[in-house]
Design a protein around this ligand. Structure first.
Ligand code: PMP
Length: 410
């Protein structure tokens, strides 16, 4: 199944994802829910099986060969991540359970440092993970949460950003890419502006990391957080990248084994990075699986990947013109392959249900962005999200399915 639209061999990519062979009620699976989680290539599945069948053991503390091997694989995985995002030092990579945990680690520390009069800047397009967390950190500390508006197309208002950023801004926390709209934010220039005011900057990279070449040094932020499962890796594993000088004295958040230097009955001292922020037995298999996903992803030509995803989006936008009453929610100037939409007279949940009957998996609802839905005046949307293993035929099937759904509900 090769496509002529780009020189990207999508058939060869698809062949590596066993789940894409599945049928649902006799229909071939058409998986268009990649912004929620991506499927896993055989290389990742093999890495997990190999770890559990060959060297399962606890890391860092064993006096035996299996533990040594597990530790090597686990720490090599950290190096893979560090190289992938161009971290200046490998100890800047902290394993987490995912984006949400990464944001919470920073928010917990921030809440101790914020005080009344301080401000935290977020955007109107936040996922709840990067909104509720800061809302609560502000409530706990007396700081004020400021929200940068978006325009009707889903572009962040740079004018409003410039007005809201001030000497009182202690932190800018914003998404690289919006999960609900697909908007790609100009994180490099906005980070530079916030840093010039002395603020810390956290980028929620949950949606950004699998759609581009993330270089944390070039971005210039203090923290970049992401999840393995949106990057063709396992669930339950993610990364908090932080600038070493900032993380070195970041308030500890979990206490226990691994993160200490010395312990008495009365007190304890903390270890060095990365362990000081990684208490307890880590998700060893998850880290190894995530590194396998990164190795797999990096073997692809990123420019071809981007061109392929854009071709899918453009094809979808063309076909959308043929669906009566369909409105795309999120038409930012710079966006990835996320197609959020509403169809007049049809509830998004019904769209999702009727597509599912045809083997087509999309997401419907508020996409963990309730305030954004309110801002856009919709109860929720239907969202198809494309990635490297999707084909033009998948997009055709989506629109054929939408026409069928519209007819059934007419
Ligand atoms: N931020 C964004 C932009 C997301 O899309 C998501 C996942 N939908 C998250 C944060 C949270 O990621 P996770 O559930 O993997 O922690």
């Amino acid at each position: 199944m090769t496509e002529t639209v780009t020189d990207f061999d999508v058939g060869a990519v698809r062949a590596q994802f066993p789940i894409l062979q599945r049928e649902l009620d006799g229909n071939p699976l058409i998986y268009l829910d990649n912004a929620a989680t991506t499927q896993k290539p055989q290389a990742v599945i093999d890495a997990l099986v190999d770890y559990y069948t060959q060297c399962n053991s606890n890391v860092h503390r064993g006096a035996h060969q299996l533990s040594d091997e597990a530790t090597k694989r686990f720490e090599n995985a950290r190096k893979t991540v560090a190289n992938f995002i161009n971290a200046a030092a490998v100890e800047e990579v902290i394993w987490t359970s995912g984006t949400t945990e990464g944001i919470n680690i920073i928010a917990k520390g921030m809440a101790q440092r914020l005080k009344a009069g301080d401000e935290v800047l977020v955007t109107q397009m936040e996922h709840h993970a990067n909104l509720v967390t800061w809302q609560q950190a502000c409530k706990a500390s007396g700081a004020q949460l400021k929200v940068v508006p978006i325009d009707e197309q889903g572009n962040l208002s740079i004018e409003a950003f410039d007005q809201l950023l001030s000497d009182r801004t202690r932190l800018l926390a914003m998404p690289h890419v919006s999960n609900a709209l697909g908007t790609v934010n100009p994180i490099v220039s906005l980070t530079a502006k916030a840093k010039a005011k002395g603020a810390l900057v956290l980028i929620d990279g949950a949606q950004g990391v699998a759609h581009g070449d993330v270089d944390v040094q070039a971005i210039g932020a203090d923290f970049y957080v992401f999840s393995g499962h949106k990057l063709f890796g396992p669930t339950g594993i993610g990364v908090l990248w932080g600038r070493k000088a900032v993380l070195e004295d970041w308030p500890i958040w979990l206490t226990g084994g691994e993160m200490i230097a010395t312990v008495t009955y009365e007190d304890a001292t903390w270890g060095a990075l990365p362990n000081r922020l990684e208490a307890g037995t880590p998700n060893i298999a998850g880290a190894i699986g995530m590194a396998a996903a990164i190795d797999w992803f990096q073997a692809l030509d990123i420019n071809a990947v981007k061109a392929h995803e854009q071709a899918l989006l453009e094809h979808a936008l063309e076909l959308a013109k043929d669906i009566p009453g369909m409105r795309i929610v999120g038409n930012a100037d710079n966006k990835i392959g996320i197609l959020s939409f509403v169809i007049e007279g049809i509830h998004p949940a019904d769209i999702g249900f009727l597509l599912d009957r045809q083997g087509i998996a999309i997401r419907t609802g508020d996409h963990c962005a309730q305030p954004l839905m309110q801002r856009l005046g919709v109860p929720g949307t239907a969202r198809a999200s494309f990635t490297i293993y999707n084909t033009l035929q998948d997009v055709d099937a989506l629109f054929k399915g939408l026409k069928k759904a519209a007819m059934m509900l007419a």
